[in-house]
Design a protein around this ligand. Structure first.
Ligand code: FES
Ligand code: FES
Length: 151
């Protein structure tokens, strides 16, 4: 079935089954590999993208559920002020270890700062609790979110 997905401000035509997860379309059909496959079960957050500004797990999002919504991926999050601030903070605080989880981490953090520009520790914990990092970079992630937010 044909779908037109609005991704990072650009329409993309895809012809796929409607129940295929958005993650597969991004990575395997469109070649946008910044969004990562981790668990495929909604448990790790590696596949996080934004749909109309909200962080969602793209491995659990059937492509036919997206409709006309605006999808943002890690490839374009730096074009938003929160995303740019986070990427800068991530570099300055050298957050990344292996890096595999980090695009999902930044997408969740960007959604947090969009809704809550000055987050508390509890806000950060609540927003980031679904993003797993096997390398244990949690303390640096928290520090970088605060750095980006100026708190
Ligand atoms: S790959 Fe989607 S939550 Fe883990
Ligand atoms: S940096 Fe390696 S899994 Fe998070």
């Amino acid at each position: 079935m044909a779908f037109t997905l609005k991704i990072n401000g650009t329409p993309h035509e895809v012809d796929v089954d409607g129940d295929i997860p958005l993650l597969w379309v991004l990575r395997d059909v469109l070649g946008m590999t910044g969004t990562k496959f981790g668990c495929g079960q909604g448990l790790c957050g590696a596949c996080t993208v934004h749909v109309d500004g909200h962080a969602v797990r793209s491995c659990q999002t059937p492509v036919d559920s997206v409709g006309d919504s605006a999808i943002t991926t890690i490839e374009a999050i730096g074009q938003a002020p929160q995303g740019a601030a986070l990427q800068k903070a991530w570099l300055e605080l050298e957050v990344v270890q292996c890096g595999y989880c980090q695009s999902g981490q930044i997408m969740s953090a960007a959604a947090l700062l969009k809704d809550t520009p000055k987050p508390t520790d509890d806000d950060i914990d609540a927003a980031m609790s679904g993003n797993v990092c096997r390398c244990g970079t949690y303390q640096r992630i928290r520090a970088a979110i605060k750095h980006a937010a100026g708190v």
